[in-house]
Design a protein around this ligand. Structure first.
Ligand SMILES: Nc1nc2c(ncn2[C@@H]2O[C@H](COP(=O)(O)OP(=O)(O)OP(=O)(O)O)[C@@H](O)[C@H]2O)c(=O)[nH]1
Ligand SMILES: [Mg+2]
Length: 377
């Protein structure tokens, strides 16, 4: 199904879309808003966009009709012209009619919100059939949820620019097609979950230690540092989507399977949470979690809290867990004092500092949890 707002992965190679970020700041304290806009920029870049401008409006409440106030919409239009941008990404979630109002006011411009952007990055980064199935499911669910408003112009999704709007019939047909596809995907994903469960049973004698954490915290880097593997690492959100499992010997007599998987983010679209159950089962069935935190990130407290929220939503907040403060090599001096008081282990996946100590801490914790450990040579 062609989705006008879902750029296929290969589009990144065709040249970057010039993009303007827009956000309505409804908070009293703008510092959090600034962090969110900064993160949105990283997300847009990960999706292959070139961010050419930002537009911020401070107001008590987003405009229910068009997100931004009318004057701001005009300003945005001028900014788009001036910067020759073709895409707008909003920080705030867009209701279907707000998106339609913005698109009609701005002319030939694509308008999407942060959730659609995240879904797009997932689509671009999905490699395995499981990952692709899950992303398609999340996108479809998101589309269906955003059709309910009724004002979404489907013709512009299926056809080219200038295609006339569909009648009610086309809308209904599209809806039915999507529902059929969703039930098919549901069955396929159920099978994937069953298969994964069987695989887990097959390796039950080795405990699984799952790396969890905010996206870009350094989970894959830490997996590599702990196991000598060469898992893909990149300075961008959602570099990893598909679970990677690596069996490794931590210390003599303690073998574990390290599981690296998709990173979390604040306000992870709920469709993604639901669709990624098969992948996330690797987290919820682990014997122990390593919560990897980017200690060098000024936003680390909010990120840590967001990860805890997601874990609670998954029902994984009761699993034993170790806080791992990563990127300690990049932490400034006054900050490192704060970290000394934090519980957990400080490491650098980059330099290897603390990694040996972390291995012992994990082994010790598994022993204290009476997790059966494989022995032998
Ligand atoms: N300075 C420093 N950079 C690090 C460290 N660990 C990871 N990085 C960098 O942080 C970025 C993200 O690392 P990844 O290992 O891909 O992070 P991740 O948590 O797996 O990210 P996603 O899979 O995208 O969620 C990369 O640019 C790494 O090189 C570290 O200890 N110190
Ligand atoms: Mg990763």
């Amino acid at each position: 199904m062609a989705h006008r707002t879902f750029r296929p992965p290969e589009a990144a190679a065709r040249g970057k879309e010039r993009t303007v970020l827009a956000g309505v700041d409804t908070r009293k304290d703008s510092s959090l808003f600034d962090i969110e806009m900064h993160e949105l920029r990283a997300l847009a870049e990960a999706a292959g966009a070139e961010v050419v401008a930002e537009l911020v409006q401070r107001r008590a409440k987003a405009d229910p009709a068009s997100l931004l106030g009318l004057g701001k919409v005009e300003e945005l239009k001028a900014l788009l012209n001036e910067s020759k941008a073709t895409t707008v990404v909003t920080l705030n979630a867009l209701r279907p009619r707000q998106r339609a109002a913005l698109e009609s006011a701005l002319g030939d411009v694509k308008v999407l919100d942060r959730s659609v952007l995240i879904l797009d990055i997932f689509a671009a980064h999905a490699r395995t059939s499981e990952g692709k199935l899950q992303v398609e499911m999340a996108q479809l669910r998101h589309r269906v949820a955003n059709l309910i408003g009724g004002s979404d112009r489907l013709s512009r999704l299926g056809g080219g620019i200038g295609t006339r709007g569909p009648g009610e019939t086309k809308l209904e047909v599209d809806r039915r097609r999507m529902r059929l596809r969703i039930s098919r995907l549901t069955r396929e994903l159920d099978q994937v979950r069953v298969r994964r469960r069987e695989q887990r049973r097959g390796r039950a004698e080795t405990p699984v230690v799952a790396l969890v954490g905010y996206t870009n915290a350094g989970k894959s880097s830490l997996l590599n540092a702990l196991s000598g593997a060469h898992v893909y690492v990149a300075d961008q959100p959602f570099a990893t989507l598909d679970p990677t499992l690596r069996k490794t010997r931590l210390v003599s007599g303690v073998d574990v399977i390290l599981a690296d998987t998709v990173g979390f983010i604040t306000d992870l679209p709920k469709e993604l949470m639901a669709a990624f159950r098969a992948t996330l089962d690797e987290v919820t069935s682990a014997a122990l979690l390593l919560h990897v935190i980017d200690a060098s990130n000024p936003d680390r407290s909010r990120q840590q809290a967001s990860v805890e929220t997601v874990l609670a939503q998954l029902g994984a907040d009761t699993l034993p867990s170790i806080e791992v403060w990563n990127k300690i090599d990049a932490v400034s001096q006054p900050d490192s004092q704060v970290l000394v008081d934090s519980p957990g282990v400080t490491v650098s996946a980059k330099t290897g500092a603390g990694v040996g100590a972390l291995k012992s801490v994990i082994a010790e914790r598994l022993r204290s949890l009476s997790v059966p450990l494989s022995s032998g040579a």
